[in-house]
Design a protein around this ligand. Structure first.
Ligand code: SAM
Length: 304
């Protein structure tokens, strides 16, 4: 006679737990490992005031920012975003019970963030309107520090749309609203790439003293294609950020499924459809053991 399956002992799974020595976050082992994969594929629902936030063409999904923040902080810790836009990072922090401070040069975006908070019944995070190059030193002078920095700066200066003669930019515009400020200090309004990368370097160097020793910085960057040439903005920006003292620790490719594909170059030449963004992860300070290993290696090489 086959046994009655109902009589079988149920399998009891051990509840996932947080490692007692985990000083970084409140994730279980599986959640930790999942995050360390170098590719992230998502399709987040358009929620949390997306209709308002989409005015800012570079807005990031709060759920993506929550995912990143949850890895690099514990509940209650603090996050800084020096290029806050309409508040993807600020909302992401609220979703997981972290404090956040956002700096944004365009008051229009902060106004939208506040309206989203009101609409969604979310308590607003701290927002500071101004040029981050001026506001970051003020935060340092006030003795402020943060556990994590997460941001996506402008990834280039304002460029002419050259792909398919700019036709897709016009056809797919969802609003007549001018998406960018006239402020000369807005990084997008800088005249040359040289000025832009210098400004990026200055801004991230200014964040360095604000981050706790051993803390992380995550920067979302999109490469671009302009005038028939691929522009590896991630590479250039990462190099400038390292000059400020940070160490590049990894790169996650974020692919938002459903990104539009357009017939650039078809049927003549190869032109990429850039459907991903990079999340570059940096750390402040170097664990003593790595520094020692490096010194030892340098010493051995000198003897060769
Ligand atoms: C890619 S958007 C950030 C979008 C944001 N993550 C969001 O979810 O809305 C970059 C932002 O940097 C802001 N920005 C540009 N130059 C700045 C500066 N000098 N100081 C502060 N913010 C600046 C722009 O106004 C823009 O909103």
């Amino acid at each position: 006679m086959p046994k009655n399956p109902a009589e079988k002992k149920p399998v009891v799974l051990k509840p996932p737990s947080v490692h007692p020595k985990n000083k970084l976050n409140a994730l279980t082992g599986n959640e930790w490992l999942f995050f360390t994969k170098s590719v992230l594929r998502t399709s987040y629902p358009h929620v949390l005031g997306h209709k308002l936030r989409r005015e800012q063409g570079g807005n990031k999904p709060p759920q993506l920012m929550q995912h990143i923040i949850e890895f690099f902080t514990k509940p209650g810790q603090s996050v800084l975003d020096p290029f806050a836009g309409v508040g993807g990072t600020l909302l992401g922090a609220s979703l997981c019970g972290r404090k956040a401070t956002g700096i944004e040069i365009n008051p229009r975006w902060i106004d939208i963030y506040r309206r989203v908070c009101e609409q969604e019944g979310i308590e607003g995070q701290e927002t500071l309107v101004g040029d981050c190059l001026a506001v970051l030193p003020e935060l340092a002078a006030a003795g402020r520090t943060f556990d994590f920095i997460a941001t996506d700066p402008p990834y280039s200066i304002a460029l002419e749309k050259t792909m398919c003669d700019g036709v897709y930019d016009i056809q797919h515009r969802k609003t007549d609203f001018d998406r960018y400020s006239d402020d000369a200090a807005d990084f997008r309004n800088l005249a040359t790439f040289a000025e832009f990368y210098d400004a990026i370097e200055r801004a991230f160097a200014l964040t360095y003293p604000l981050l706790h020793e051993g803390g992380y910085l995550a920067v979302i960057i999109r490469d671009s294609y302009q005038g028939g040439r691929y522009i590896p903005a991630t590479y250039h920006i990462a190099e400038r950020i390292e000059r400020g003292g940070y160490i590049l620790k990894g790169m996650k490719v974020w692919y938002a499924t459903g990104a539009r594909v357009r017939p650039y170059g078809y049927p003549n030449v190869y032109v990429p459809n850039i459907v991903h963004q990079n999340i570059a992860i940096f750390r402040k300070g170097e664990p003593a053991k790595h520094a020692k290993q490096r010194e030892k290696k340098a010493g051995n090489q000198e003897g060769v």
